[in-house]
Design a protein around this ligand. Structure first.
Ligand SMILES: [Zn+2]
Length: 422
């Protein structure tokens, strides 16, 4: 007797709870790249995969990979669809960010029952997405697209352990990098992930197809004024770097509020010398700007640079800036998104599309293969926090949508005729 969708959804939520126990911290969830609890996490997930007849392995960077084939015996040869998400977490994490996408993919396979598919499904639990241990995100998916180079392997964590040494310590062979790379038989990648924001809850939809992952610019601005005595310097003779930075920070917010789809954040301020009775001589601030359209993002950044220079000049200050990160927006696959919308309709939920404001493994895999993402509503818009959650009904919707999607793709000649750009 096969399980109904409510039971499968309960399994998904329950399994996320089980995996939450595998943590580096006793009082919260922290499971970073190649840490000891990742072994336990792998063992547990592998047991669920094997129960469905999946072939399980761990690749060179510690990605857990399980291949399911409905036509026994030819799993290695069949073209395949990749599904999954990441197994690592931030410190003090919730139980669903990343993990949900891996566990959901396994239950989706279970929901397929006796259906015969012309492709295999490979579920990937990525070893590293958050960038916590080595300060570099997406190491798991980078291995699949051939972007783990020597420079990355030599990078060290806080204790001086290199990526290469961490791979060895985990019982893996850094020389096997090539084996992790995508073959030409991969048709595409589909990732379920919690939204990590309040949009779906706000519009009242359980699921969304992700149209694109926004591009982002990160910068640092330093305003230079003149430090002086807070009591003896009249207001009209001051060159206050903090007042200038404050005026600019409000200008950042105002411009973002006026620009549809744009988010801009000043999340860090450092004033020097930093004393109650001293006018700030210099102030360093960060800027994070994101938009789905690269042109709009660049235009905004240039506007904010100009505004910083103008207001600094007006106040008799100078300003210097530098770019820390410039990342282009990545479109998700249009064909897969159309199919996802049809599948959503069949699953009884109204199709909805949105951009992702955060980066994901799908963005890295999109370099080589058609990639798509499906967001599940985040109650309270909360993530990266122990109170992160997901609605059981939304998980059931996601499973139904995923099942319809697999069956649609199985009968689509357009999809089956595609080949990997590897
Ligand atoms: Zn995530």
């Amino acid at each position: 007797m096969s399980k109904d969708s409510t039971q499968l959804a309960k399994d998904v939520v329950g399994r996320c709870g089980i995996l939450a126990r595998f943590s580096e911290d006793s009082d919260g969830i922290r499971r970073t790249f190649l840490s000891a609890p990742m072994h336990d996490c792998h063992r547990e997930i592998a047991s669920w995969m094997k129960a469905l007849g999946m072939r399980v392995s761990v690749d060179v960077v510690g990605n857990l990979r399980g291949v399911y084939s409905s036509t026994a015996g030819n799993a290695a040869e069949a073209p395949r669809i990749l599904m999954g998400s990441h197994l690592d977490t931030v410190p003090n994490a919730g139980a669903f960010d990343g993990i949900l996408g891996v566990v959901l993919a396994i239950s989706l396979i279970e929901s397929l029952g006796d259906e015969t598919l012309p492709f295999a499904i490979e579920v990937v639990g990525f070893a590293e997405e958050e960038g916590v241990r080595f300060g570099v995100p997406f190491i798991g998916s980078r291995a699949l697209v051939g972007r783990v180079d020597n420079e990355l392997l030599e990078r060290t964590d806080r204790r001086g352990v290199s990526v290469r040494a961490a791979i060895k310590d985990f019982g893996l062979d850094p020389g096997e990098m090539q084996k992790a790379a995508l073959g030409e038989d991969v048709l595409g990648y589909i990732e379920f992930h919690i939204e990590q924001g309040p949009v779906l809850e706000n519009v009242g939809h359980p699921l969304a197809a992700v149209e694109s992952i926004v591009g982002q610019t990160r910068m640092e601005f330093t305003f230079y004024g003149r430090a002086n005595h807070a009591g003896t310097t009249p207001m009209n003779l001051r060159h206050d770097a903090l007042a200038a930075a404050a005026e600019w920070i409000v200008a950042v917010e105002t411009l973002a509020q006026r620009t549809a789809g744009l988010v801009a954040t000043v999340g860090f301020v450092e004033a020097k010398p930093g004393a109650v009775n001293v006018i700030a001589g210099s102030v360093r601030v960060t800027l994070d700007v994101r938009h789905a359209a690269d042109g709009k993002r660049t235009e905004t950044v240039n506007d904010l640079i100009r505004q910083a220079e103008l207001l600094a000049a007006r106040r008799g200050l100078s300003v210097k800036w530098r770019k820390l990160l410039e990342q282009q927006a990545v479109s998700m696959d249009a064909f897969l998104n159309r199919q996802i919308e049809v599948a959503m309709q069949k699953a009884g939920c109204e199709p909805y599309r949105m951009a992702s404001g955060a980066g994901h493994d799908a963005m890295i895999l999109a370099e080589k293969i058609p990639a798509a993402m499906i967001f599940l509503r985040s109650p309270g818009g909360i993530s990266h926090d122990p109170s992160e959650s997901v609605e059981l009904n939304d998980v059931a919707c996601a499973l139904a949508c995923g099942r319809h999607l697999m069956l649609q793709l199985a009968s689509s000649q357009e999809f089956l005729g595609r080949t990997c750009r590897a």
